[in-house]
Write a protein that binds this ligand. Structure first.
Ligand code: PHE
Length: 338
């Protein structure tokens, strides 16, 4: 009988392998393990055996049953996986293909958001100047957004940026400058990094103020870095973005994390346009980032992106940008390349 069981197990596993779908597996299962299946049929004869043989035969019967069940489960899983793989092939859609002739698309092709388009252009220029792009979280802590940037608690400079505080004591970042701190945490000089991203301020909304907007942070630390290097980088950047050779000017300004600090204006269509804050990274900030200010110096700048998008496209109200309004967005169908 032990031989019969072994032969049966082999026969069953062969049938399991040969089953091509779920229904076939069901059939195999009932023909071998079902009430009047082949295995129970053999086992029914156990009662007629010599009592001494019953134990080993019973055990072998159980083992055969388990082996067949395991084989069935493995085969079922394999069939499902194969079906899924087929589905990925058969259902694959190339969303970039033009619609077949005669199919109505409603005239609404997708387009690149004008902010995304400018962000990509800026990233291209920075990349060509050897900068790497970094990311940072929108939800920041006090230390990264303020403390490590030389803005201690109760410092009046905190009022320059109306902050959305969260109930857990964290905040929505009010500028991209916290990424300077994050850059120093895992990079040693020379550091050339930019972060282009979303920021949040609790502003009264009007045509030039949004509570959600975008900044481009630049951070450059090395030996003997000077204001001249900063002006060169910014001028190159603005020339690339605005076209032609950009005319820029620096005005002294104050940000706690730079010294000296400036605002940079750029000549645009006959007028000076305020565009960004910048300056030489404050020694306290370098020190807090574990960089010796006697050995290294650097510059940083923070540029408003939305402003630049507005002048680029002649947009008169900043609130259009984040509105998601299709009447606005559909005007930027310059192709998916942006
Ligand atoms: N973080 C400043 C702001 O949001 C801009 C800035 C960045 C100024 C870096 C100087 C250096 O206003």
């Amino acid at each position: 009988m032990l031989d019969d069981l072994r032969a049966l197990q082999e026969e069953a596993l062969g049938a399991v392998q040969a089953a091509a779908d779920d229904a076939a597996l069901d059939a195999v299962q009932s023909s071998f393990l079902g009430k009047s299946g082949k295995l129970p049929l053999i086992l029914r004869a156990i009662g007629k055996l010599d009592p001494k043989e019953r134990g080993p035969v019973g055990r072998a019967g159980n083992e055969a049953k388990q082996a067949i069940e395991a084989g069935l489960a493995t085969r079922r899983a394999a069939l499902i996986a194969a079906a899924d793989a087929d589905l990925a092939d058969s259902e694959w859609v190339d969303a970039t293909l033009p619609a077949p002739e005669g199919v109505q698309t409603g005239g609404r092709g997708g387009s690149i958001h004008p902010i995304t388009a400018l962000v990509r252009d800026l990233e291209d220029v920075f990349l060509s100047m050897g900068f790497e792009t970094l990311d940072g979280p929108w939800v920041e802590d006090d230390h990264h957004n303020f403390g490590a940037l030389n803005i201690p608690k109760d410092h009046p400079a905190r009022d320059m940026q109306d902050t959305y505080w969260l109930t857990d004591g964290n905040l929505l970042r009010t500028h991209t400058s916290p990424v300077q701190i994050r850059a120093m945490a895992d990079h040693k000089p020379p550091i050339r990094a930019v972060c282009l991203g979303r920021i949040f301020r609790n502003e009264e909304l009007d045509t030039t103020h949004e509570n959600t907007f975008h900044q481009c942070e630049g951070f450059f630390v090395d030996r003997d870095v000077s204001v001249g290097h900063m002006v060169y980088v910014l001028k190159t950047l603005l020339s690339e973005i605005l076209g032609g050779e950009a005319e820029v000017r620096l005005r002294p300004s104050y940000f706690p994390f730079v010294e000296p600090g400036f605002e940079m204006d750029v000549m645009f269509r006959g007028d000076w346009m305020e565009l960004l804050g910048c300056g030489m990274v404050h020694p306290y900030v370098l020190e807090a980032g574990g960089i010796d200010p006697n050995e290294f110096s650097g510059f940083a700048f923070g540029m408003g992106i939305d402003r630049l998008v507005m002048v680029r496209h002649g947009i008169e109200d900043i609130r259009h940008l984040m509105s998601g309004d299709l009447r606005f967005l559909s005007q930027f169908t310059g192709g998916l390349e942006g």
